[in-house]
Design a protein. Sequence first.
Length: 109
Amino acid sequence: MKAKQILDGSTMLRDMVQKHWSLLLLIFALCLVLIANNYLSERMVRETNALKKEVKELRFRQLSVEAAYMRLSRQSSVARMLDSAGIKESVVPPVRLSRHDDGNREEEN
């Protein structure tokens, strides 16, 4: 084949190329599918990495919120917050009440 025949397109008119036109079209279509699949997989990898990063940040945030909650729910922290509101912590232990069969109440310590 000469370069002139390739450049002017006369090689496309030959019998061999015309016989295998469907095969060339199939190869071209498969190349397009391969390129599209590559772009799709790269996009999914980027999304997966972004979601993994977001999950990692949310876990750190969850741990910090849980730590703050545990700090605020301690008895000393609650007593300090109530003291600033004017409510004092009781120093008297609770009294347990029980009922006897005769209906009288009795205090237990």
